[in-house]
Design a protein around this ligand. Structure first.
Ligand code: MN
Ligand code: MN
Length: 327
């Protein structure tokens, strides 16, 4: 029998937060072939890769800085009362293999890693990396049935291609995911969309597929409560993924990202929105586009790690609830 304390984070009241090796939220670090892996319910995983970035690269450095800043995390969500490490056994499963000079090879490596976690029954919570990493995660976990998605972003990421036909960039993952049947567009809601467009029809494709787009103007008209209600209506009871692009936030809160857009949400609103997802059938999530070279202060990584914690809270509640209903 394993020690129930094994999967609890190292507490800052015993070992100072600046000491020791930085893992996500001070959780144990396990390798895929470790015997303890069979016990893990939620896998926190880094994807140190930005090969899908079309302009300002740097998100490959995200996981390491997020791990560093995540030593500031604590165990209990004050607002919701949720205690994710009590609800589920969580571990830092390390970084996926990547190939910084081969995009297609990296997509295969990332998918394979998440497929192995999925086969062991683990629910993934990923730290990017640019937003293209969500595609191989979905390829790994949505083989059986398409997922719904609550997507926080300044951008829809449903463009068709770049540079004369490149189909795989951080501006295209959800078009590919819908085409591949991984994502159900009618159960997809995109929140916070703003910024200038390449052309006046650019936003049409996703909405033609049935995606619910809540742009930043509607976001402010609805208010946080209204956005939560609409997101819950769209995704319903089915399996749902949460994808959080840090550029959803105004760049005053998260300047360390590749494609900043002014006029975005506050960090407090983002926390409220994710807390509002409690009770949904959440099956995975990610925080992407934290790019440390554009914010060496670490504040964007602090924001990223805190949003990972918020997602972890509602993901652990959902995972716990599913396992209890099976037992
Ligand atoms: Mn994005
Ligand atoms: Mn974006």
């Amino acid at each position: 029998m394993i020690d129930p304390k094994f999967f609890l984070p190292v507490t800052g009241t015993v070992l100072p937060r600046f000491a020791g090796i930085a893992t996500f939220m001070r959780l144990p670090h396990l390798a895929l072939d470790d015997a303890m892996v069979e016990q893990v319910q939620i896998a926190l995983v880094g994807v140190p890769w930005d090969g899908g970035t079309t302009n300002r690269a740097g998100a490959r450095h995200g996981p390491r800085q997020i791990r560093d800043l995540s030593t500031l995390a604590r165990n209990v969500n004050r607002a919701s009362g949720l205690s994710p490490f009590e609800l589920c056994r969580c571990a830092d499963m390390g970084d996926t293999p990547v190939n910084p000079v081969d995009l297609m090879d990296t997509l295969r490596r990332v998918e394979d890693f998440f497929a192995r976690l999925h086969a062991k029954g683990m629910v993934p919570l990923a730290a990017g990396g640019d937003h293209l990493i969500t595609l191989p995660v979905m390829r790994a976990i949505a083989k059986d049935r398409p997922l719904g998605m609550v997507h926080f972003d300044a951008h829809t990421d449903t463009w068709d291609g770049y540079f004369g036909g490149s189909k795989f960039t951080h501006g295209t993952p959800f078009r590919r995911a819908i085409e591949e049947g991984l994502l159900d567009p009618r159960r997809t809601v995109q929140i916070g969309i703003r910024g200038a467009l390449y052309n006046d029809t650019e936003n049409d494709w996703g909405q033609q597929q049935g995606v619910r787009v809540i742009d930043i103007d509607e976001y402010h008209r609805l208010g946080t409560e209204g956005v939560i209600a609409e997101a819950r209506r769209v995704v319903g009871d089915g399996p749902t993924y949460v994808s959080f692009d840090v550029d959803f936030l105004d760049p005053v809160y998260a300047p360390g990202t590749g494609t900043p857009e002014i006029g975005g949400a506050t960090t407090y609103e983002a926390q409220q929105l994710v807390r509002g997802l409690q009770g949904l059938n959440l099956v995975g999530g990610d925080v992407v586009e934290v790019s440390p070279p554009f914010d060496p202060s670490g504040n964007t990584a602090l924001v990223g790690m805190t949003m990972m914690f918020e997602i972890l809270c509602v993901l652990a509640e959902a995972t716990h609830r599913r396992q209890a209903s099976r037992a």
